[in-house]
Write a new protein. Structure first.
Length: 180
């Protein structure tokens, strides 16, 4: 699948507090499949990644501010987790609107770990089967989603995964879904 995504442009929506491995591994898998991958965030400059929500990790350059990003500029969207990252994203109207517009246009969206919190805020889990980190499953159910305990789930263009242990399956699935 070295060229499965050639010509495709993928946005990774992340903010300060993103779980580093959930940003790095999907970005690498998508780039290796030929996609151009942009880091979209709440502000320009750099964002601070974390390891396990408590240990500062690397900083990453932001390619585009979400307030200036257009859904039409991208073919797919990834929302990594970490607890702090999606909490920051779901509090930002531009980020929530960006996610909502992706789903409304039928473009593939993927979220891992706590990333589905942003899907809840965007009101796009209603009627969908999803998975996530255990601590946000009540929020998903309350938003009308059906929660399952599987390493990766795709339902009507929305792919979700539970935690960093699921990254190999998550990365393989998003490459396949984004290539379709």
């Amino acid at each position: 699948m070295a060229d499965a995504l050639t010509g495709r442009r993928v946005a990774i929506l992340a903010a300060d507090g993103v779980e580093q491995v959930e940003l790095v591994q999907p970005r690498q898998a998508l780039a290796e499949a030929g996609a151009r991958v942009d880091l979209v965030s709440l502000h320009g400059g750099r964002i601070q990644a974390m390891n396990g929500d408590i240990e500062p990790a690397d900083r990453f350059d932001v390619d585009q501010e979400v307030s200036k990003a257009g859904v039409d500029d991208y073919d797919a969207l990834v929302i990594p987790g970490g607890t702090i990252n999606p909490d920051n994203l779901r509090s930002d109207a531009d980020a929530v609107g960006f996610v909502r517009d992706f789903v409304a246009q039928g473009k593939p969206v993927a979220a891992i770990c706590h990333g589905p919190w942003v899907l809840v805020e965007a009101d796009v889990v209603r009627g969908r089967t999803v998975t996530s980190y255990p601590s946000i499953r009540t929020d998903i159910r309350n938003a009308g989603g059906v929660v399952v305990e599987e390493e990766v789930v795709t339902d009507h263009g929305v792919t979700t995964s539970r935690n960093p242990d699921d990254l190999p399956a998550f990365c393989a699935r998003i490459v396949r879904e984004f290539a379709a």
